[in-house]
Each structure stands twice: as C-alpha cells, then as structure tokens.
Design a protein around this ligand. Structure first.
Ligand code: ADP
Length: 517
C-alpha cells in the first residue's frame, strides 16, 4: 500500500540545498550514485521499485538537523542508513522510491568505557572498526557480530540483528541513544537525558518511560549515537561443533538445545544451519546438478561427503573461567548422551592462545556472503524470518513444509534456526540467480506463500525486506490492526510531514496530514 510518491522536482531542490550544508562532495545524485545506494541483492524490478533519488552524507548532528529542516520544508522523505549493508532486507535502499538516503557512514566516533564494559558508537562505526579499535587499544572487551559482519554496529542493533556470543541479541544490549527527531529536536534517552549523562550507558530504563526500543525497526528518529554493552573477554571459550546425519534429527536437536538455553546453561544463541548453509560458501550448484534439477538426497549426500558436513550442524560455545566452562561442557556432553550425533568435535580456546577467529568469539567475518553465488549469475538473497516457539515438533513441521515449497518452486532450502531464551528465529535465506527470469518470477509468490502460511498458524516475522514490510505488518492483525493504528498515531505526532523513512516496518504517515509530497 505505497500511499505516496516522491516529487522528483522537490527532491532535486532538496539535494541542491543539502549541498550548501555538507558540501557538494557529500551529495550523491548521479545515475551511478542511485545504483550505488540501491538493493543489489534484490531482483532488478524490485531494485528499481525502491531506487532512491540520491543521497546526502552529513558528518555532524548539526548538519543532520539542518538537513531535516530542509526535508520538512520540501516535504521530501529521508531514509537513514548507518552503513547500508542490510542486504537480504533491502541494503541501503528505502521502502519509498525516490526517498533520499541519509548516509551516516561518515560518523565514526567510538567512545569505550573499558572499566564499565560499554561503548558509545556513531552510526558509521562498522563491526571491523570496533573490533580493530578494541584490539589496537588492547581493551579486553569482545563484540558480538552477525554472520556477515560487513555492516555497522548501530544499524544492525537497530534492526534487531543477531550474533553468536552471549551478547548475540544485539537490540537487548542497547543502553541509551542520541536521536534527531523528525522535527529536528535532539534527544538523549535513559540516563543520557541528564545534562551530564554520567550513567547513560550503565542503566537502561532511565526515569519514567523507556524509549530505546521505540527507535528499533521504526521510523520515529535518526539515531546519531548508540550505547551498547560489550562482553568482558572471557578466560576461556569451550564448546562442541555438532553435526547430525538426518533431516529429522532437527527435532530432538532443537528440544535439547532449547532446554539448555532456558536453564541458562547455554548463554549464547546457537544457530542450527543445514548442509547448504555450510556448502554454499565452498561450492556452487553447477558442480552438482543441472539447472532446474531438484537436489535429491543422493546429490546432497555427495556434497556432504565431499565437505564432511552433517545434514544439520550447530556450534555450541560456553564462555567464562575454565573451572566453569569445563564443568558446563560435561553437562552439554551428558545432554547429548544416547542421541544419534554424527560428529561432536570439541573446541577449546583459552586466553593467550590463538583466537578461534569466528563470530563465536566476536571476530567479524564476511565469507558467508559467498553463498549468494550458489546459483551462479548475479547472486541475490531475500530473508524470510518467522519467530517460532522452541519446539522440535513444530520446527520439523516448518522444515518439511518450507522444504517442499522450495523444491516445488525450484529453490534450494537454506534455513537456520537461532535459538533464544524462549523463541527461535527461523531465518530462511532465499538464494536466487537474478539473471534467471523464471526463478525471479517465482520468488515473490514463494515469499508471500510462506508469510501467509506462517500467519495462518499465528506466526509472524521478526524482520523483513523493504519490499514486504506492508505484507508482514499486515499479519499483526489483533483487534483489526490496533498495533498499526498505534504506530501511525505516534508517527503522525512526531513526524507530521512524513519525512522520515515512510513505509519502514509498514508504518506510513497519514495522508491527510500531508505525508511526503
Ligand atoms: P548495516 O549497515 O549495519 O547493515 P543499515 O545501515 O543497512 O545497517 O541499516 C539497517 C536498518 O536500520 C535500515 O532499515 C535503516 O533504515 C535502519 N537504520 C540504520 N541506521 C539508522 C539510524 N542511525 N537511525 C535510524 N535508523 C537507522
């Protein structure tokens, strides 16, 4: 329900006015620039439907406030990004075509409070920047990174990204934000609302209502600083890399891990991935099958044999003093006693030893992105990510249904199940070849079918692509979409001209209030 169109003339005028604020070198409006800020991992027509009309890259809060003032004057929407690497969910691109990207990647300040284990980052700080900073300064704090760690610390936390250490629920570790509101006002949340803000990164709630989560996956403000808790470097990280042999092993695996997670024995969020998640970074489909051929169990067995991988695999890690991790490992081992495990390889890192060098130890990596090459051509991927209860039976039902759907539509099934305290994020990466029109034509139907079927069971997504934000928002339908009405009322109150990220998470400003021109 895209309700608005951006006035191209107004956008062009706004871009000119922005140049006076940030300098012409920091305004980007050529055809090449528009492509650079588009969603390259989406099919061409979708990429085109969400192409911005340009970008502006400020470096200070004052510049952002001046840009917001002009956007309000011209009623031109801005789409804030931190580093714009949110691929699978839209990259740097906006929901509403013609919006101007507010690129905050030049803002790269890092302030670490080593004693308290916190950091205050500006939006442009990437996972690699923060990792390097901590290493160079010899600060014994670890970050938590997502599988593809090329994005920003702030943008990922704001979009509720997940990692693999005990601090893997990134949004839940946010402590205090600085935000430019759509009318240009500057606010600090929590304890940062005192002028000195001495305990800004230490205590999340503040006094009165808490606002941090209001700026996650929303279009209510432009975050210019984000406070985050970091994990003290543990004395040891011990664990097991576990592989299982059969598709149906997913059921008991999830039930076993769910119990360990609820009991707090496992404090990280283990992510169970299938054989393709592992294989797609090491090989391509054409080595194994003809185009259009379904990958049967025989082919899958051959791929698994070559790379020595299970049908499913999961990395379990426990963190802390050796006395504790060694004891916990025994409990983990006991939990898997008598279970049909294919491989259970112990891993051990103790302070001073060579680092494991994986996201499990907070080291940023980008190699998983290689999976986009699986089908050949220009690779793309789209995430379908429902939240499910931690139940083996249910996971098996979902796995079967979605696996069959993938095969029916000619896609290869690439799921993971990330287990949290009381829920699982079932992240399905729809890999595709953008140069295969038949495949691209089926993508939309497959995606919508999966959303619809999950909704019929009462399940909805935790995050979605810019092209499906309305579709997913529509599944939050209690009391005739009361949540949507609340979101819109807040949106209209804070952003009467509808200039900030219209359509984000399905939140559009009311047209009667003006909306973006
Ligand atoms: P990353 O580069 O870390 O992958 P992105 O910059 O692509 O993250 O942003 C992810 C999502 O979060 C996008 O939808 C974007 O609009 C939103 N977002 C990112 N940074 C900000 C910010 N500073 N303020 C408000 N929203 C943001």
């Amino acid at each position: 329900m895209a309700q608005q169109e951006v006035d191209a003339g107004a956008a062009a005028k706004a871009l000119k006015a922005f140049a006076a604020i940030v300098g012409a070198g920091n305004v980007f409006s050529s055809e090449e620039d528009k492509v650079a800020y588009s969603d390259h991992f989406a099919p061409d027509d979708m990429e085109e439907q969400h192409q911005p009309s340009g970008a502006v890259a400020p470096s200070t809060v004052e510049e952002i406030q001046a840009i917001v003032k002009i956007a309000n004057e011209y009623k031109v929407p801005l789409w804030p990004i931190s580093r714009g690497k949110n691929f699978g969910y839209g990259g740097a691109a906006p929901v509403l075509k013609g919006s101007i990207i507010l690129d905050l990647s030049r803002m790269k300040k890092i302030e670490v409070d080593a004693a308290s284990g916190t950091v205050l980052v500006e939006p442009g700080v990437s996972f690699f920047d923060l990792y390097d900073y901590l290493q160079q300064q010899n600060i014994p704090l670890w970050i938590s990174v997502p599988g593809n760690s090329w994005g920003s610390v702030a943008g990922n936390a704001l979009d509720r990204g997940v990692g693999y250490t005990p601090y893997g629920d990134h949004a839940s570790r946010i402590c205090g934000l600085e935000v430019v509101l759509p009318d240009g006002d500057l606010v600090r949340t929590g304890m940062g609302a005192t002028a000195k803000g001495t305990t800004w990164q230490l205590y999340k709630p503040g006094f009165g209502p808490s606002w941090d989560t209001m700026f996650c996956q929303s279009n209510f403000g432009i975050v210019t600083k984000l406070g985050l808790w970091l994990m003290p470097e543990p004395e040891s990280v011990l664990g097991f890399d576990i592989d299982v042999d059969k598709p149906e092993d997913l059921g008991w695996l999830i039930d076993t891990l769910g119990q360990l997670r609820r009991e707090g024995i496992l404090q990280q969020s283990p992510s169970i991935g299938n054989w393709l998640r592992a294989a797609a970074t090491m090989t391509t489909r054409e080595e194994w099958a003809k185009p259009g051929e379904v990958l049967d169990e025989k082919v899958i067995a051959a791929i698994r044999k070559k790379f020595n991988i299970g049908w499913w695999a999961v990395a379990l890690r426990v963190y802390g003093p050796v006395e504790i991790t060694e004891a916990t490992l025994k409990v983990l081992e006991r939990s898997f006693n008598g279970k049909p495990v294919l491989k259970m390889s112990p891993t051990r890192w103790v302070k001073g030893g060579a680092p494991e060098g994986s996201p499990a130890t907070g080291v940023p990596v980008t190699y998983p992105l290689a999976n986009a090459n699986w089908f050949g051509g220009r690779g793309g991927h789209l995430g379908f990510s429902p939240v499910l209860p931690v139940s083996g039976d249910l996971a098996l039902k979902y796995f079967r249904r979605n696996y069959d759907l993938h095969n029916e539509y000619g896609f290869d099934y690439h799921p993971s199940f990330a287990i949290q305290d009381r829920s699982m994020n079932n992240i399905n990466q729809l890999l595709f070849d953008q140069d295969n029109p038949e495949m691209v034509a089926k993508l939309d139907t497959l995606f919508r079918t999966m959303v619809k079927e999950a909704a019929a069971d009462g399940f909805a997504e935790y995050r979605t692509h810019i092209g499906y934000m309305d579709v997913v928002a529509d599944t939050f339908d209690f009391n005739n979409h009361a949540l949507g009405r609340l979101n819109r009322r807040v949106k209209d109150a804070l952003d009467p001209n509808g200039i900030l990220a219209p359509g984000k998470s399905g939140i559009w400003p009311s047209p009667k209030k003006g909306g973006a021109a």
